[in-house]
Ligand binder design. Structure first.
Ligand code: ZN
Length: 242
């Protein structure tokens, strides 16, 4: 039964991974977080993740007691092997492969492998990640089949039963906002749903361009890059539902 008491969340400081973190905090007794510094253009997310952790601790006391260590790994090597608009100063565009040039080949595979290695040492068997097939299926390393294959490969390769938990896999961006609201509501904090949504709007970072100057209803960002477009559209739709 010690199996599923602890979880490690791949936490980038964005909307999706913050919702995944709330999901884990509502389910597991001990939750640790892992982030990766790989020379991303939106390096500002490394500061956002610290702010989010801090705000969660302050605003959601029941979760604060479950929130354990935060781990940051240096993955500068990713920038060395890939040439993409996430790691280089170039325009966002679609490639002839049909994939956006924000795709960093192997990124999620590497993230999951390192997360599992860390989870091994921390005696954690559940790895939570915010990958999703629904709204934006352009990334092959976000697919459900890829996650299942990784779960099997990591479990066999490390001789430890891992569970890769993907709470956002089949929901839309607006449903992700709704999920955050529901998790906040159940946190025991008065008006917790709205508070968690507000926290995500104000403190998480999604914009690929790293823009923290322009504030919209849905938070900070350039408003033009694919990540901003998706976040804005999802928020707009979510707001029509509540
Ligand atoms: Zn943007």
């Amino acid at each position: 039964m010690t199996h599923h008491r602890a979880a490690l969340v791949l936490f980038s400081g964005g909307q999706d991974s913050t919702t995944c973190l709330a999901h884990a905090l509502s389910r597991f007794e001990r939750v640790e977080t892992i982030g990766f510094d790989y020379g991303q253009r939106h390096h500002i997310e490394m500061q956002a993740r610290l702010r989010v952790l801090n705000e969660l601790r302050q605003q959601f006391p029941a979760w604060a007691s479950r929130l354990g260590e935060d781990h940051v790994l240096n993955l500068g090597v990713l920038g060395q092997v890939s040439e993409t608009s996430l790691t280089r100063d170039m325009a966002f565009q679609m490639e002839s492969t049909g994939l956006p040039n924000t795709f960093v080949p192997g990124r999620n595979l590497l993230f999951l492998t390192l997360a599992a290695a860390l989870a091994y040492r921390r005696d954690v068997s559940v790895i939570v990640t915010g990958v999703c097939e629904t709204d934006f299926s352009g990334y092959p390393d976000c697919r459900d089949d890829t996650m299942k294959a990784m779960q099997l490969a990591l479990s066999l390769g490390m001789d430890k039963r891992y569970l890769i938990d993907t709470p956002l896999m089949w929901i839309t961006k607006s449903e992700t906002w709704q999920l955050a609201h529901d998790l906040g509501e159940r946190s025991g904090v008065p008006n917790g749903g709205q508070r968690l949504v507000d926290l995500i709007v104000e403190h998480t970072h999604t914009c690929y361009s790293g823009d923290r100057e322009h504030r919209h209803d849905w938070g900070y960002g350039c408003g033009l890059c694919p990540a901003c477009e998706l976040r804005a559209k999802g928020f707009e739709h979510y707001r029509t539902l509540v």
